[in-house]
Design a protein around this ligand. Structure first.
Ligand code: FES
Length: 284
């Protein structure tokens, strides 16, 4: 063979040697992990036959370094039983009986708790019921009272309590001639006027809208303060909006000689009623 075709077999030997050492190392590591045992020693003849190694590369050096073995993990101490010593095992029948007793005790406690809470709830419910009953009874009583009051009011219609419509105004001598007497103005709404011939009674209601005129002695007239109507002492209107004269009432002498004024009978001048005998009391 030529020089180019020659192969350096010593390199193969070196490679085989390295492979053998790597396998031995792997075997040693597996043995150490699995429980020990010395790695199998390399065959002596291989060591003897091993030629001087060529300078190793960086990777080969790293692979050849001895790998650190894992530190042995101390075994955990055996667990000590913390439970009390177990009672002797129960039979199936005894276990079922114990379960039934436990369940019965639970139900009994629940029933007692329910019975204890029932009276309070029932008491509250009764109190609430009677409270509402009282409120309803009060409301019903108030409604009944209001109804009775309304019915009673309905039984007594509106009544205007007025002074009597007929009254005795005293003796004729009590009135001065040529004077307008106002003593019955407030109580009966009547002016008593005496002239030379007799006495007549004038209504104090203005014939416009019913206001009460004032007697003005200095002006010798009745003057209404509402709209200014004016009336002579005879009752005849002469100014303002009043449409007609003042009205006169029936005036007669009573059996006892007093002047009797009767407001139930009115006399209107515009109707010619002032000519009626009882519209004017003639005095001798
Ligand atoms: S009420 Fe007397 S003038 Fe009108």
């Amino acid at each position: 063979m030529s020089e180019e075709g020659k192969v350096d077999l010593s390199q193969f030997d070196s490679i085989q040697d390295r492979v053998a050492r790597a396998k031995a190392k792997a075997e040693a590591m597996r043995a150490a992990k699995s429980g020990g045992g010395a790695a199998p020693a390399l065959p002596t003849e291989q060591k003897a036959e091993t030629p001087p190694e060529a300078p190793q590369t960086q990777a080969e050096t790293a692979a050849s370094l001895p790998e650190p073995t894992a530190a042995p993990i101390p075994a955990a101490p055996p667990e000590t039983p913390q439970e009390p010593p177990a009672s002797p095992p129960l039979s199936t029948v005894e276990k079922a009986a114990a379960t039934r007793r436990q369940r019965a005790a639970t139900l009994s406690r629940a029933a007692r708790a329910t019975k204890a809470s029932e009276p309070a709830d029932a008491a509250v419910s009764r109190r609430g019921f009677f409270s509402w009953l009282a409120v309803a009874w009060v409301a019903f009583s108030a409604a009944m009272a209001a109804g009775v009051a309304a019915m009673t009011r309905f039984m007594f219609p509106n009544v205007l309590f007025e002074p009597p419509q007929a009254f005795k105004a005293g003796l004729p001598e009590d009135y001065d001639r040529g004077k307008v007497d106002e003593r019955w103005k407030e109580k009966f709404g009547v002016w008593i006027v005496r002239n030379e011939e007799g006495i007549y009674a004038l209504s104090t209601a203005c014939t416009h809208l019913g206001c009460t005129p004032n007697w003005l002695e200095g002006e010798n007239k009745f003057k209404c303060p509402c709209h200014g109507s004016g009336f002579y002492r005879t009752g005849i209107h002469f100014e303002g909006p009043a449409p007609r004269p003042l009205e006169r009432y029936r005036v007669v002498l009573a059996s006892d000689g007093q002047i009797l004024v009767d407001k139930n009978k009115k006399y209107q001048q515009e109707k010619g009623q002032w000519k009626a005998p009882e519209s004017f009391l003639r005095l001798a």
